[in-house]
Design a protein around this ligand. Structure first.
Ligand SMILES: NC(=O)c1ccc[n+]([C@@H]2O[C@H](COP(=O)([O-])OP(=O)(O)OC[C@H]3O[C@@H](n4cnc5c(N)ncnc54)[C@H](O)[C@@H]3O)[C@@H](O)[C@H]2O)c1
Length: 248
């Protein structure tokens, strides 16, 4: 696959460059990064998608929400599938993504790892089996992470809500918060050091607790997942996909 890497100079961009080197069947033909130094790459890197001239089979994006418009315009104009790994999109962004997905294949996932996508399935099973449990989500990430809660925590929240529609998120707790209501689902963000990503979902009953937990040990799991998703999109029709479609 010929890949355009968006956010090439970021932590995930650099990890993806290293991951692609382990896959001789793939090559990065161009990168886009508004702030990176182009001389530090062995492929051309532009500060905007409007300047890309290379032909590609897919775009992999690990950048920022502000880059979305340029990515989608390029993908639709050039008929190139796009894997959106960036997190923190709002409802306007999601509407723009859906509109683009009517024309080209788009995969969006707050977490590209196989393990987390399995965790999501297990959360749904536990929410069914332990229907009266108090559920709390705790996520932990490195101190450079810009958004909270993480995209993965939101996916876990949505998985629990799919089974128990009454659940209402409570983001952190402070002050005299009163008695916990059964429909609350707590969501807590820990930030520090170099934590790659940890997610825990606690199902708390009287006298027993079930905790489902995933730990990413290396950022490479996300790049590997992004490559797998990109390969999936190159043989898929236009539409909006998630990692669960790739794993089916
Ligand atoms: N889906 C997943 O599995 C997954 C995994 C890890 C990270 N992420 C997400 O990927 C994104 C990037 O993470 P990171 O840790 O590499 O961040 P980072 O801050 O290290 O890198 C972001 C890069 O984007 C560049 N950039 C900033 N504005 C830009 C613009 N307008 N156009 C193009 N490039 C621009 C920056 O210069 C930087 O190099 C975040 O949203 C993060 O949450 C997702």
């Amino acid at each position: 696959m010929r890949i355009i890497l968006s956010g090439a100079g970021g932590a995930m961009g650099r990890t993806t460059i290293a991951t692609v080197k382990n896959h001789p069947e793939h090559v990065i033909v161009a990168g886009v990064d508004k702030f990176a130094d182009p001389s530090s790459f062995d492929f051309p890197v532009y500060d905007s998608f409007a300047k890309v001239t290379e032909k590609a089979d897919c775009i992999i994006d690990f950048s920022v929400k502000a880059a979305l418009k340029g990515i989608l315009e390029y993908a639709v104009k050039n008929d190139v599938p796009v894997v959106l790994c960036t997190t923190g999109y709002d409802s306007d962004d999601t509407a723009a993504i859906k509109a683009a997905a009517a024309k080209v294949p788009v995969l969006m996932s707050g977490n590209m790892s196989l393990g987390v996508n399995t965790l999501i399935k297990l959360v749904k099973e536990a929410a069914k089996a332990l229907s009266g449990a108090d559920i709390e989500i705790i996520e932990q990430h490195h101190h450079n992470k810009a958004d909270a809660p993480s995209g993965t925590a939101k996916m876990l929240l949505n998985a629990a809500k799919e089974i128990r529609g009454e659940l209402t998120p409570v983001y952190g707790r402070e002050g005299i918060v009163g008695k916990r209501r059964p429909e609350e689902i707590g969501v807590h963000a820990v930030r520090g050091g170099s934590i790659v990503g940890k997610h825990e979902v606690m199902f708390i009953l009287n006298n027993e607790i079930v905790t489902l937990k995933h730990e990413a040990e290396s950022k490479a799991v996300f790049s590997e997942g992004a490559l797998r998703a990109a390969a999936f999109l190159t043989s898929s029709p236009a539409g909006l996909y998630s990692m669960s479609d790739v794993l089916k």
